[in-house]
Design a protein around this ligand. Structure first.
Ligand SMILES: Nc1ncnc2c1ncn2[C@@H]1O[C@H](COP(=O)(O)OP(=O)(O)O)[C@@H](O)[C@H]1O
Ligand SMILES: [Mg+2]
Length: 252
């Protein structure tokens, strides 16, 4: 027997009520959301799908580790979440802005305003001192930079090393300068791609400790790519990729 229109409306009302009631709060609480992200490259005349239907949300102030074997799509995913690249299909919302609707320039502006990066290879400018490296993002914004850079270097334990050039610093020290630089403009989200990949285990742990502390102190949302299980276990949430798909999503 067919249900009458009235009965159908009555039945659907509680369901609608839940959706309408909960949706706004849920949306504003997320710093990052991605929906059905797919990335396909043309490689040697063949289509290579390196990310498949990735959907998840991360709350503001969250700490997520993305893990998975080499080639599983971790760096590609990070690039899409940070607005460095655009997905083949699907959407990415950064602080409720749909990145897939923004052009290259608009994404660059958003990154400069809200995103910090830490890379495996540190990426410091070799001809600038540690302090000048930390000052760069602030200078680009036209903000006073010297005392803030000094304060950040002190925070990462390098207050006395500001006048040293990258080549005069150890790997761990260079990465701490890179972290100070990434935090200089108080980013909403810090993306770190294998930040401990070039460091020994002990130095790597110190670097992750530092990022964890800054995540707590400043409420910065942290997205860390690593294949080190111990380091990943410091995150509150772990997403595991295999072959471009999410195979595990755990919160601890
Ligand atoms: N620009 C590109 N063109 C073609 N293939 C790419 C490109 N970027 C990444 N890939 C491929 O996508 C897959 C995932 O790469 P990546 O995201 O770097 O993995 P991971 O960071 O997990 O090691 C790899 O097979 C890689 O070769
Ligand atoms: Mg990678």
């Amino acid at each position: 027997m067919q249900a009458s229109p009235v009965a159908t409306i009555e039945k659907s009302r509680p369901y609608l009520g839940i959706i309408l009631h909960t949706k706004p709060t849920v949306e504003t609480a997320f710093m990052l959301r991605c929906e059905s992200l797919t990335q396909t490259y043309l490689s040697g005349g063949r289509q290579l799908t390196v990310l498949k239907n990735i959907t998840f949300s991360l709350e503001s102030g969250g700490f997520l580790a993305i893990v998975g074997p080499s080639g599983s799509g971790k760096t590609t995913l990070l690039g899409l979440l940070a607005g460095l690249d655009r997905p083949t299909s699907g959407r990415v919302f950064f602080d409720d802005v749909d990145l897939t609707l923004l052009n290259e320039d608009a994404r660059a502006r958003l990154r400069a305003a809200k995103v910090g990066f830490v890379f495996q290879s540190f990426q410091l400018i070799p001809t600038l001192t540690a302090r000048e490296n930390v000052q760069v993002p602030l200078e680009l914004r036209g903000e006073p930079s010297e005392s803030r850079a000094q304060e950040l270097l002190t925070r990462v334990g390098l207050g006395e090393r500001g006048h040293h050039y990258p080549a005069q610093l150890s790997g761990g020290e260079q990465q701490r300068v890179a972290i100070a630089r990434a935090f200089s403009v108080r980013p909403k989200v810090l993306f770190a791609d294998e930040p401990t990949g070039n460091l020994d285990a002990k130095t790597g742990a110190t670097v992750i400790d530092l990022m964890t502390e800054l995540n707590r102190e400043l409420g910065t949302t942290l997205v860390l790519v690593t294949h080190d299980r111990d380091l990943a276990s410091r995150a509150r949430r772990i997403i595991r990729l295999a072959d471009g798909a999410i195979v595990e999503d755990t919160t601890q």
